[in-house]
Design a protein around this ligand. Structure first.
Ligand SMILES: O=P(O)(O)OC[C@@H](O)[C@@H](O)c1c[nH]c2ccccc12
Length: 258
Protein backbone atom coordinates (compact mmCIF):
# COMPACT_ATOMS: atom_id res chain seq x y z
CA UNK A 1 0.00 0.00 0.00
CA UNK A 2 1.19 3.52 -0.77
CA UNK A 3 2.29 5.37 2.38
CA UNK A 4 0.71 8.66 3.36
CA UNK A 5 3.82 10.48 2.13
CA UNK A 6 3.46 8.86 -1.30
CA UNK A 7 -0.20 9.88 -1.42
CA UNK A 8 0.56 13.48 -0.43
CA UNK A 9 3.29 13.74 -3.06
CA UNK A 10 1.05 12.23 -5.77
CA UNK A 11 -1.60 14.83 -4.98
CA UNK A 12 1.04 17.58 -4.91
CA UNK A 13 2.18 16.65 -8.42
CA UNK A 14 -1.35 17.26 -9.69
CA UNK A 15 -1.52 20.61 -7.90
CA UNK A 16 1.84 21.72 -9.29
CA UNK A 17 0.76 20.73 -12.81
CA UNK A 18 -2.37 22.88 -12.37
CA UNK A 19 -0.28 25.74 -10.97
CA UNK A 20 1.96 25.56 -14.05
CA UNK A 21 -1.04 25.85 -16.36
CA UNK A 22 -2.50 28.72 -14.33
CA UNK A 23 0.71 30.59 -13.53
CA UNK A 24 1.48 32.47 -10.32
CA UNK A 25 -0.72 35.39 -9.24
CA UNK A 26 0.77 38.88 -9.65
CA UNK A 27 3.40 39.81 -7.07
CA UNK A 28 2.12 41.72 -4.04
CA UNK A 29 3.83 44.39 -1.94
CA UNK A 30 5.90 42.91 0.86
CA UNK A 31 8.79 43.82 3.14
CA UNK A 32 12.19 42.19 2.85
CA UNK A 33 12.93 38.69 4.18
CA UNK A 34 13.42 38.18 7.92
CA UNK A 35 16.36 35.89 8.62
CA UNK A 36 14.89 32.58 9.77
CA UNK A 37 18.12 30.81 10.69
CA UNK A 38 19.44 34.02 12.21
CA UNK A 39 16.39 34.32 14.50
CA UNK A 40 16.78 30.74 15.74
CA UNK A 41 20.50 31.03 16.37
CA UNK A 42 20.09 34.37 18.15
CA UNK A 43 17.45 32.95 20.48
CA UNK A 44 19.60 29.93 21.28
CA UNK A 45 22.58 32.19 21.97
CA UNK A 46 20.33 33.94 24.49
CA UNK A 47 20.18 30.64 26.40
CA UNK A 48 16.86 29.17 25.26
CA UNK A 49 15.90 26.53 22.78
CA UNK A 50 14.23 28.55 20.02
CA UNK A 51 10.59 27.62 19.48
CA UNK A 52 9.15 27.47 15.97
CA UNK A 53 5.43 27.49 16.73
CA UNK A 54 3.20 25.99 14.08
CA UNK A 55 -0.31 26.93 12.94
CA UNK A 56 -1.91 23.64 11.88
CA UNK A 57 -5.62 22.96 11.55
CA UNK A 58 -5.49 19.24 10.85
CA UNK A 59 -3.09 16.47 9.89
CA UNK A 60 -3.30 12.98 8.42
CA UNK A 61 -1.93 11.45 11.62
CA UNK A 62 -4.01 13.40 14.11
CA UNK A 63 -7.17 14.35 12.19
CA UNK A 64 -8.86 17.65 12.99
CA UNK A 65 -6.76 19.47 15.60
CA UNK A 66 -8.38 22.93 15.68
CA UNK A 67 -12.04 23.06 14.56
CA UNK A 68 -12.23 26.87 14.87
CA UNK A 69 -8.81 27.46 13.33
CA UNK A 70 -7.69 31.10 13.28
CA UNK A 71 -4.07 31.15 12.07
CA UNK A 72 -3.61 34.90 12.49
CA UNK A 73 -4.84 34.93 16.11
CA UNK A 74 -2.71 31.89 16.82
CA UNK A 75 0.41 33.43 15.25
CA UNK A 76 -0.05 36.64 17.24
CA UNK A 77 -0.36 34.58 20.39
CA UNK A 78 2.75 32.60 19.46
CA UNK A 79 4.77 35.76 18.97
CA UNK A 80 3.52 37.33 22.21
CA UNK A 81 4.31 34.16 24.15
CA UNK A 82 7.91 34.12 22.95
CA UNK A 83 8.12 32.01 19.79
CA UNK A 84 11.26 32.79 17.77
CA UNK A 85 9.49 31.97 14.50
CA UNK A 86 6.15 30.73 13.18
CA UNK A 87 5.45 27.81 10.84
CA UNK A 88 2.32 27.79 8.68
CA UNK A 89 0.97 24.66 7.00
CA UNK A 90 0.05 25.60 3.44
CA UNK A 91 -0.91 22.11 2.22
CA UNK A 92 -4.64 22.10 1.54
CA UNK A 93 -5.91 18.58 1.09
CA UNK A 94 -4.36 16.69 4.01
CA UNK A 95 -3.65 19.53 6.48
CA UNK A 96 -6.47 21.97 5.59
CA UNK A 97 -3.95 24.80 5.27
CA UNK A 98 -3.42 27.36 2.54
CA UNK A 99 -0.99 29.87 1.15
CA UNK A 100 -3.41 32.59 2.14
CA UNK A 101 -2.93 31.66 5.80
CA UNK A 102 0.77 32.34 5.34
CA UNK A 103 0.19 35.69 3.64
CA UNK A 104 -2.05 36.82 6.48
CA UNK A 105 0.17 35.50 9.25
CA UNK A 106 3.23 37.15 7.71
CA UNK A 107 1.45 40.51 7.76
CA UNK A 108 0.35 40.07 11.39
CA UNK A 109 3.68 39.23 13.08
CA UNK A 110 7.28 40.46 13.04
CA UNK A 111 8.99 37.09 13.54
CA UNK A 112 10.09 35.06 10.48
CA UNK A 113 7.58 32.67 8.92
CA UNK A 114 8.22 29.17 7.53
CA UNK A 115 6.21 27.75 4.64
CA UNK A 116 5.39 24.19 5.67
CA UNK A 117 4.47 22.20 2.60
CA UNK A 118 5.65 19.41 0.34
CA UNK A 119 7.94 21.13 -2.14
CA UNK A 120 8.71 19.12 -5.26
CA UNK A 121 9.08 21.84 -7.90
CA UNK A 122 10.94 25.12 -8.37
CA UNK A 123 7.66 26.92 -9.01
CA UNK A 124 6.61 26.29 -5.40
CA UNK A 125 9.73 28.11 -4.19
CA UNK A 126 8.82 31.05 -6.36
CA UNK A 127 5.28 30.86 -4.99
CA UNK A 128 6.59 30.80 -1.39
CA UNK A 129 8.72 33.88 -2.04
CA UNK A 130 5.78 35.70 -3.64
CA UNK A 131 3.64 34.89 -0.56
CA UNK A 132 6.31 36.41 1.69
CA UNK A 133 7.76 33.27 3.28
CA UNK A 134 11.08 33.73 5.09
CA UNK A 135 11.92 30.04 4.85
CA UNK A 136 10.75 26.87 3.12
CA UNK A 137 10.71 23.26 4.26
CA UNK A 138 12.57 20.79 2.04
CA UNK A 139 11.93 17.12 2.82
CA UNK A 140 14.90 14.85 2.12
CA UNK A 141 12.64 11.78 1.86
CA UNK A 142 11.09 13.14 -1.35
CA UNK A 143 14.01 15.06 -2.93
CA UNK A 144 17.40 14.00 -4.28
CA UNK A 145 20.56 15.71 -2.97
CA UNK A 146 20.70 17.55 -6.31
CA UNK A 147 17.16 18.87 -5.86
CA UNK A 148 17.84 19.75 -2.23
CA UNK A 149 20.80 21.85 -3.33
CA UNK A 150 19.06 23.47 -6.29
CA UNK A 151 15.95 24.35 -4.27
CA UNK A 152 17.99 25.67 -1.34
CA UNK A 153 20.04 27.86 -3.66
CA UNK A 154 16.91 29.08 -5.42
CA UNK A 155 15.34 29.91 -2.04
CA UNK A 156 18.51 31.80 -1.05
CA UNK A 157 18.31 33.84 -4.25
CA UNK A 158 14.94 35.10 -2.92
CA UNK A 159 16.44 35.74 0.53
CA UNK A 160 14.75 32.68 2.04
CA UNK A 161 16.37 30.03 4.23
CA UNK A 162 15.67 26.31 3.85
CA UNK A 163 14.91 23.89 6.66
CA UNK A 164 15.99 20.51 5.35
CA UNK A 165 14.01 17.76 7.05
CA UNK A 166 15.44 14.31 7.64
CA UNK A 167 14.26 11.22 9.38
CA UNK A 168 17.24 8.86 9.39
CA UNK A 169 20.99 8.63 8.80
CA UNK A 170 20.72 8.19 5.03
CA UNK A 171 18.52 11.28 4.66
CA UNK A 172 20.85 13.24 6.93
CA UNK A 173 23.77 12.29 4.72
CA UNK A 174 21.84 13.49 1.70
CA UNK A 175 20.97 16.78 3.47
CA UNK A 176 24.57 17.46 4.50
CA UNK A 177 25.89 16.52 1.04
CA UNK A 178 23.49 19.06 -0.43
CA UNK A 179 25.02 21.77 1.75
CA UNK A 180 22.04 22.22 4.10
CA UNK A 181 22.53 25.16 6.46
CA UNK A 182 19.65 24.21 8.76
CA UNK A 183 18.62 20.61 9.42
CA UNK A 184 15.40 19.40 10.99
CA UNK A 185 15.00 15.93 12.45
CA UNK A 186 11.39 14.82 12.19
CA UNK A 187 10.69 12.67 15.21
CA UNK A 188 7.55 11.46 13.42
CA UNK A 189 7.94 8.80 10.79
CA UNK A 190 5.91 10.08 7.82
CA UNK A 191 5.31 6.52 6.65
CA UNK A 192 3.76 5.08 9.81
CA UNK A 193 3.31 8.14 12.09
CA UNK A 194 5.20 6.75 15.08
CA UNK A 195 6.97 9.45 17.15
CA UNK A 196 10.34 9.03 18.86
CA UNK A 197 12.28 11.97 20.31
CA UNK A 198 15.37 9.77 20.52
CA UNK A 199 15.81 10.29 16.78
CA UNK A 200 16.81 13.89 17.42
CA UNK A 201 19.48 12.90 19.93
CA UNK A 202 20.81 10.11 17.72
CA UNK A 203 21.11 12.25 14.60
CA UNK A 204 22.41 15.33 16.48
CA UNK A 205 25.64 13.42 17.05
CA UNK A 206 26.16 13.21 13.28
CA UNK A 207 25.57 16.90 12.48
CA UNK A 208 28.50 19.35 12.53
CA UNK A 209 28.12 22.01 15.26
CA UNK A 210 28.18 24.67 12.54
CA UNK A 211 24.79 23.45 11.28
CA UNK A 212 21.93 24.34 13.64
CA UNK A 213 19.47 21.52 14.32
CA UNK A 214 15.71 21.64 14.77
CA UNK A 215 13.85 18.85 16.56
CA UNK A 216 10.41 18.45 14.95
CA UNK A 217 7.14 16.84 16.02
CA UNK A 218 5.65 15.24 19.09
CA UNK A 219 7.11 17.71 21.62
CA UNK A 220 4.73 18.42 24.49
CA UNK A 221 6.65 19.32 27.65
CA UNK A 222 9.25 21.57 29.23
CA UNK A 223 11.07 18.43 30.31
CA UNK A 224 11.54 17.35 26.68
CA UNK A 225 12.71 20.82 25.78
CA UNK A 226 15.32 20.80 28.53
CA UNK A 227 16.62 17.48 27.20
CA UNK A 228 16.90 18.99 23.72
CA UNK A 229 18.74 21.95 25.22
CA UNK A 230 21.19 19.73 27.09
CA UNK A 231 21.90 17.92 23.83
CA UNK A 232 22.86 21.22 22.18
CA UNK A 233 19.85 21.32 19.85
CA UNK A 234 19.06 24.81 18.55
CA UNK A 235 15.30 24.80 18.05
CA UNK A 236 12.07 22.87 18.48
CA UNK A 237 9.20 22.84 15.98
CA UNK A 238 5.94 22.39 17.86
CA UNK A 239 2.44 22.25 16.42
CA UNK A 240 -0.27 20.09 17.88
CA UNK A 241 0.41 20.56 21.60
CA UNK A 242 0.36 24.36 21.15
CA UNK A 243 -2.75 24.28 18.97
CA UNK A 244 -4.53 22.16 21.55
CA UNK A 245 -3.46 24.24 24.55
CA UNK A 246 -5.07 27.19 22.76
CA UNK A 247 -4.48 30.90 22.92
CA UNK A 248 -4.95 31.15 26.67
CA UNK A 249 -2.80 28.16 27.60
CA UNK A 250 0.50 28.81 29.38
CA UNK A 251 2.31 26.01 27.55
CA UNK A 252 4.13 28.14 25.01
CA UNK A 253 5.26 30.70 27.59
CA UNK A 254 6.64 27.84 29.70
CA UNK A 255 8.35 26.27 26.70
CA UNK A 256 9.76 29.56 25.44
CA UNK A 257 11.26 30.23 28.86
CA UNK A 258 12.85 26.81 29.22
O1 LIG B 1 2.28 18.85 15.65
P1 LIG B 1 3.62 18.38 16.09
O2 LIG B 1 3.66 16.93 16.46
O3 LIG B 1 4.17 19.27 17.17
O4 LIG B 1 4.60 18.53 14.81
C1 LIG B 1 4.88 19.78 14.21
C2 LIG B 1 5.67 19.58 12.90
O5 LIG B 1 6.90 19.01 13.23
C3 LIG B 1 4.89 18.68 11.93
O6 LIG B 1 3.71 19.34 11.60
C4 LIG B 1 5.69 18.36 10.67
C5 LIG B 1 7.01 18.09 10.59
N1 LIG B 1 7.39 17.84 9.33
C6 LIG B 1 6.31 17.95 8.54
C7 LIG B 1 6.21 17.82 7.15
C8 LIG B 1 4.98 18.04 6.60
C9 LIG B 1 3.88 18.34 7.37
C10 LIG B 1 3.98 18.47 8.75
C11 LIG B 1 5.20 18.28 9.33
Amino acid sequence: MASILDRIVARKREEVAALKRRGLPPEREKDGPRGFIRALVARRAGGQVAIIAEAKKASPSRGLIAPDFDPVAMARHYQAAGAAAVSVLTERHFFQGGLDDLVQVRAAVQVPVLRKDFIIDALQIEEAAAAGADAVLLIAAILSPGQLRAFREQAAAYGMDALVEVHDEAELESALTSGAQLVGVNNRNLHDFTVDLARSFRLKALVPDSVPLVSESGITSVHELLRLKEAGITAALIGESLMRSGKSGPLLAELAGA
